[in-house]
Write a protein that binds this ligand. Structure first.
Ligand code: B3K
Ligand code: ZN
Length: 849
């Protein structure tokens, strides 16, 4: 276990390593509790480094011997590594260590999952495999020999040689240790091939446990589409003879882009119509693309240090979003991403965990794989592209790949490429990387003699460690509509650079209606007091799909806020406008479904808090539930017809067209359930031939209070499918009524299938529970105490997953004094846990502030 004595690491302290690594040879003699790792590493003193201390990272390693140039040496070994005197010219380091994969429950380094050996080395897991300079700027060529009885033994690069009980791999591309991977087990593969743009044949495989081979076809198609897309859009060609993906059941996150050997959480690659929802299919496609795209943005060009994480993650998220938009629907993808950004990144940016896209200090880097680094990091790239234009973006990317291939880079390198490609000064733009917090953009307008003026004022509230903020460059996409609904000024990008700035539009016959921040052109909160009529007008007429959706969402939000704060009846004028959109059959069903999705309860809590109202989770739950009832009764004459109109009759396909129809049907089924108590849902459940229909019906049956039979039936049908069982666990706790959510969650943890050491299962229950806003925030604090008990328990086994889950407490300051002190009490209890991990300690300390 890592010690909890916190050491803070600073970006400003970066110095290069004193040596370069010319080659690495590793031999693994696999055994569950006594794997031997023999390393042979060639070092050369680094002329660019002043500090020539020979320090190799290493944690939880049992060093058997070490040699330099063939002579045994006695290094000074500590908890985090070793030091040794070394020659002042090139030398060869050799060492043998013993490690215990079977007892490695933290799931970083080399560990075992269902009898299979696998690794996770990003960010700092390689140091649990052998002594090594485990930092991303030390890159080398690896040769790996794996000895063991397992049928399949994989590592990075290309297969080199094999014999009875051993296999060798060679990766010709220099890489940092975090991209190292090894897998060994009795696996089976789903094979395929891909011919690259220069005619090179690549062997492709998805490796799974026997029994899962029927769930690989979709992932394989997604991989081939990703490979073709990256060639076409970015000119990025694959660079090895083989590309392997392995599905692993015990994994702390979604997937990992190890060079030539991607390792995936099985939930992010295995798919079949019977067991996976449309949402699962879309997510799998996106994650396969994301990890594949890392081959260039992350692997060929990597990060100099972990502060530069957004260099690879922000860019790769941006690229995978482009891919999904191309494969599916651009506006639907954009709206979904903004929903996700507001749900996950905004609370982070506006709370105690707020940090810049490029953080400047950390204690545990695993705590910085955040929505800010990933999703806001992608938004920053999107803004850069908007500002420089598509062609310049493409030229800059070409230059980036040319100039930095094979290097470990910084955000400065990245921005320099754009400055060189465009001639622009990006000094002010760089603030997006260093300043944390969500800017608020206030808008006012005026109209005189045919000139319309929009005036914007930007303000970023203080965040931890950053009291004062400078104005940022904000690209504001604006279009103007005239009162009959025609667009008079198509989308223009207004480039805001000052704290307050006005933009005028001349020669207009009538005062226009502005459509501001089209496509969500910047990750800001737009404060504009506009009338209900204006929002309804944009909902009906805006040509920008995002802002059309936004207008509807804002109307829904305001209606709910008025109900919560003043008891005002729901706004029927808005509902009539919404009805028109939802019933417009020429519109994409997926878009219509998004129109029906109101703000989440957590989002409403934030809106109330921002307006100086202390959110009451029960009142928020009541208001959203009563709105559902109200809409259902108001629309009861046509809901059934609308559901039938979007019913899919063709054989199941997870494509955008069919899944859009099913998502609209699911939203309508939620309303129908209010009217019939679950009769339609039960019929759908009984006839469902795919998981999307089955799970949406199951969800509504649970919500109707008539879900007992389906709960048992679902369990009986799927008890042997671990990924489907995760859904069974998660949904029950996610949709439980507020007053019973803690009991439901507790009962589920007592179920024999609740394997809490499996991150997917733990997250299904605990994550599902924390998403149950009113249930988690139960007034007596039972929800907080329940979750904390489990975090205390998990921390000893798996610090990474524990620490990540702590973020559900980050919004604690929104709530009333009683809830605040109940949360503080639990966080303090967690903080006082003996031998608390460094990961969790850092999170709790930051959240408490
Ligand atoms: N790079 C990995 C994430 C590693 C997380 C380490 N705690 C997956 C990805 O972003 O593609
Ligand atoms: Zn990534």
């Amino acid at each position: 276990m890592k010690d909890a004595a916190p050491t803070t690491i600073y970006l400003s302290d970066y110095t290069p390593f004193g040596f370069t690594v010319d080659s690495v040879h590793l031999t693994f003699r696999l055994a569950p509790t006594a794997t031997r790792v023999i390393s042979k590493i060639s070092f050369t003193p680094n002329p660019d480094a002043t500090d020539k201390t020979f320090f190799l990272h290493g944690e939880e390693l049992d060093l058997k011997w070490a040699r330099i140039n063939g002579t045994e040496v006695s290094p000074v070994v500590s908890d985090d590594g070793l030091r040794c005197d070394v020659p002042d010219s090139a030398f060869v380091w050799e060492a043998e260590v013993e490690i215990s994969p079977e007892t490695n429950t933290a799931l970083e380094g080399l560990y075992m999952s269902n009898g299979m050996y696998c690794t996770q080395c990003e960010a700092e897991g390689f140091r649990k495999i052998t002594y090594y300079p485990d930092r991303p700027d030390v890159m080398s060529v690896f040769t790996v020999r794996i000895e063991g009885d397992e049928k399949v033994k994989l590592s990075n690069g290309n297969p080199k040689d094999q014999g009875e009980g051993w296999t060798e791999w060679h990766d010709p591309w220099p890489k940092p240790a975090y991209l190292f991977a090894l897998v060994a087990g009795d696996l089976v593969n789903h094979p395929d091939r891909f011919t690259t743009m220069s005619g090179k044949e690549v062997e492709l495989n998805i490796w799974v446990r026997p029994g899962d081979e029927g769930k690989c076809a979709f992932g394989m198609e997604a991989l081939k589409k990703s490979m073709a897309w990256d060639e076409e859009k970015y000119g990025c060609e694959y660079d090895l003879d083989i590309f392997n993906i392995v599905a692993v059941d015990d994994f702390n996150m979604g997937a990992m882009e190890n060079k030539g050997l991607n390792i995936f959480n099985s939930s992010c690659v295995l798919a079949s119509p019977e067991t996976s929802t449309d949402g699962n299919f879309e997510r799998i496609e996106a994650i396969i693309a994301h990890e594949y795209f890392h081959n260039w943005t992350g692997n060929r060009i990597t990060c100099r240090d972990w502060f530069q994480l957004c260099l690879k993650e922000g860019l790769t998220v941006f690229r995978d979003a482009q891919f999904t938009a191309d494969m599916r629907s651009e506006p639907v993808k954009r709206i979904s991403d903004v929903i996700d950004l507001r749900a996950r990144q905004f609370p982070e940016d506006q709370g105690p965990l707020s940090h810049p896209v490029r953080p400047e200090s950390f204690q545990e880097i695993n705590n910085f794989y955040t929505a800010t680094v990933y999703e806001k990091g992608a938004e920053v790239i999107g803004m850069l592209k908007t500002l420089v234009g598509d062609e310049a973006y493409s030229n800059a990317l070409d230059l980036y790949f040319d100039r930095h291939d094979g290097q470990a880079c910084t955000i400065e390198d990245w921005l320099q490429v754009f400055e060189d490609a465009t001639g622009r000064d990006l000094g002010q733009f760089k603030l997006w990387y260093s300043q944390s917090g969500t800017p608020r953009l206030r808008v006012s307008d005026s109209w005189k003699n045919g000139t319309y003026i929009l005036t914007f004022t930007q303000n970023t509230p203080p965040t931890p460690g950053q009291d004062v903020k400078d104005p940022k460059v904000i690209p504001i996409a604006v279009g103007l509509l005239n009162p009959n609904g025609d667009e008079v000024t198509p989308t223009q990008i207004l480039e805001m650079t000052a704290e307050t700035q006005s933009f005028s539009f001349d020669g207009l016959a009538t005062k226009p209606v502005p459509s501001i921040l089209r496509g969500f052109s910047a990750p800001v909160v737009l404060d504009r007091e506009s009338s209900r009529e204006e929002r309804a007008f944009l909902l009906a007429h805006d040509t920008d799909a995002f802002n059309r959706w936004e207008a509807g969402r804002n109307l829904c939000r305001e209606s709910l806020v008025a109900t919560i704060t003043e008891g005002t009846p729901h706004d029927d004028a808005w509902l009539d406008a919404l009805e028109k959109v939802v019933r417009t059959e020429t519109l994409d069903p997926a878009f219509r479904a998004l129109m029906l999705a109101g703000p989440t309860q957590s989002e409403l809590a934030q809106v109330l808090f921002d307006r100086g109202v202390t959110p009451d989770p029960d009142a928020i739950w009541d208001a959203t539930e009563s709105l559902r009832q109200h809409i259902a009764h108001r629309w009861k004459a046509w809901i059934g017809d609308a559901m039938r109109a979007v019913a899919v009759t063709d054989p199941y396909s997870p494509d955008a067209h069919q899944s859009g129809k099913r998502s609209l049907a699911a939203a309508l089924l939620s309303l129908q359930t209010v009217l019939d108590g679950g009769a339609a849902a039960q019929a759908q459940y009984d006839n469902a031939d795919n998981m999307t229909l089955q799970i949406t019906a199951f969800t509504q049956l649970l919500r109707s209070g008539n879900g007992a039979a389906a709960t048992q039936a679902f369990y009986d049908q799927w008890k042997d499918d671990r990924l489907v069982m995760d859904k069974w666990f998660g949904i029950q706790v996610g949709v439980a009524r507020p007053e019973s959510a803690v009991d439901v969650a507790r009962r589920l943890t007592e179920h024999s299938a609740f394997d809490w050491t499996n991150p997917n299962r733990f997250r299904a229950v605990m994550g599902g529970f924390a998403m149950n806003h009113a249930g988690f925030h139960r007034k007596d604090g039972a929800g907080y105490a329940f979750l904390t008990d489990w975090l205390i328990k998990l921390d000893d086994k798996n610090p990474q997953t524990t620490a990540r889950m702590c973020s559900v407490f980050q919004t604690w300051k929104r709530y009333d004094a009683d809830r605040q002190s109940l949360i503080q009490e639990q966080l303090q209890r967690l903080k006082n846990k003996p031998a608390l991990s460094r990961d969790t300690d850092e999170m709790v300390t930051r959240i408490l502030g």
